[in-house]
Ligand binder design. Structure first.
Ligand SMILES: Cc1ncc(COP(=O)(O)O)c(C=O)c1O
Length: 389
């Protein structure tokens, strides 16, 4: 049964290819295959694969890129010019960090609990450029504003953090964070993959300087595509460190390529340095279309409804949220903890209920696809385990 919510107008389950009987509550790990995505990628493959006589496919292909990019940009309230494709989140984070032209001794702030995509990107650049990393204490499992404020009292070049914590679902108020950081001219770089596609975000309002996001989770895409965004007037200039033949303007005509003096694109395309993962982008675009049709607010309301349901159904259970912040700090992730959590997670898998095990908790992450029955199946499987069955 679809969740009782006025938010969404139709049953989205039919859009997904998950086998009947499988309860998939693991969007924070990866997005399941969408029918539309498969068809879109297959039709592109068909078009390219047949190699029959016909018009050059370049026009079509680059039009597809423009339309996909428009969708990525709309999702976060940006313009397409501010967005570049990237194969994953890590690429975008690295591109921005290296594009900042950081100098020896400059400081990067980062919460001490962070997903390794940021940790290793920051560690690497810090070692290579002799920068200082300041890990910010997170005694409650997330960065508190007074700790950030204290850290900002010393000049800091960048704050790098995830919008939503991968293991406890804590969601930062980016507007608050950016306003504190900007008062000290500190650049705000956000790993947004655990938030965008579940929670609506408007980058103009949040005023962060840059974000990166893979399409393989909440955006309902698959691996190999994603994007990053850079604000029109970031607190510090960002320029691509790398260049390549597709970052310059050939007018999408690739017949005469001996020109060494083509101008670089002025918009996000200057970051796109080589041949695109077309199939993956095409697949992701189909997922973005689903999100657009549903509406960002409606999708978020629906996800919250699923998690509220779960919380209600768990009353009296030995498994409770590891963290349950105020509504404005919640996300599509709810992590549960109880006795023998790892064994419970394994039991759920055996019951064909898919969640993930992160930092000692069972991470539940529903999306548009999930129904009341899915939540009921999860709770029932948990109860069986608790009852020793
Ligand atoms: C917060 C966060 N950042 C990044 C990633 C993944 O990074 P990438 O898209 O570079 O593989 C994940 C999960 O896989 C994540 O939870």
């Amino acid at each position: 049964m679809q969740m009782t919510s006025s938010a969404i107008r139709r049953d989205w389950k039919t859009e997904f290819e998950i086998s009947p009987g499988t309860v998939f509550l693991n969007h924070a790990s990866f997005g399941p295959v969408t029918r539309r995505g498969r068809l879109a990628a297959e039709s592109l493959m068909e078009r390219w694969g047949r190699l029959t006589p016909g018009p050059d496919v370049d026009d079509e292909t680059f039009a597809m890129l423009a339309s996909s990019k428009g969708r990525f940009a709309r999702l976060i309230g940006a313009s397409a010019a501010q967005v570049a494709f990237a194969p994953n989140t890590s690429y975008g984070l690295n591109a921005v960090l290296w594009g900042l032209n950081l100098r020896k001794g400059e400081r990067i702030l980062m919460p001490e609990v962070e997903f390794p995509a940021l940790v290793y990107a920051v560690k690497n650049i810090a070692q290579r450029l002799d920068l200082t990393i300041e890990p910010l204490p997170c005694p409650r499992g997330y960065l508190e504003l007074d700790i950030l404020e204290k850290a900002l009292a010393r000049r800091s070049a960048v704050l790098a953090l995830s919008w939503v914590q991968y293991f406890n679902g804590y969601r930062y108020d980016l507007e608050e964070i950016a306003s504190l950081c900007h008062a000290s001219s500190c650049f705000v770089l956000v790993d947004a993959i655990q938030g965008v596609g579940a929670v609506p975000l408007d980058v103009e309002q949040a005023r962060i300087d840059a974000l990166a996001c893979g399409a393989q989770k909440w955006l309902l895409g698959q691996t190999g595509s994603g994007f990053f965004y850079i604000a029109r007037s970031p607190v510090r200039e960002v320029q691509p460190l790398e260049a390549g033949w597709l970052g310059v303007d050939w007018g999408y005509r690739f017949h005469d390529l001996k020109d060494w003096n083509k101008p670089a694109f002025e918009d996000g395309r200057r970051w796109e340095i080589g041949t695109y993962p077309f199939f993956s982008i095409r697949f992701a675009e189909a997922g973005l279309a689903i999100l657009e049709e549903c509406g960002r607010e409606a999708a978020w309301e629906y996800i919250q409804g699923s998690l509220s349901h779960l919380l209600e159904d768990l009353q009296g259970s030995g498994y409770q949220p590891a963290l349950l912040p105020d509504a404005r700090h919640r996300s599509g992730i709810l992590s549960l903890k109880g006795p023998r959590t790892r064994e419970m997670h394994e039991h759920l898998h055996l019951c064909n209920v898919h969640t993930s095990f992160r930092e000692g908790t069972i991470r539940v992450s529903p999306h548009l696809y999930n129904t009341e029955d899915d939540i009921a199946a999860l709770v029932e499987a948990m109860r069986r385990f608790e009852a020793g069955g």
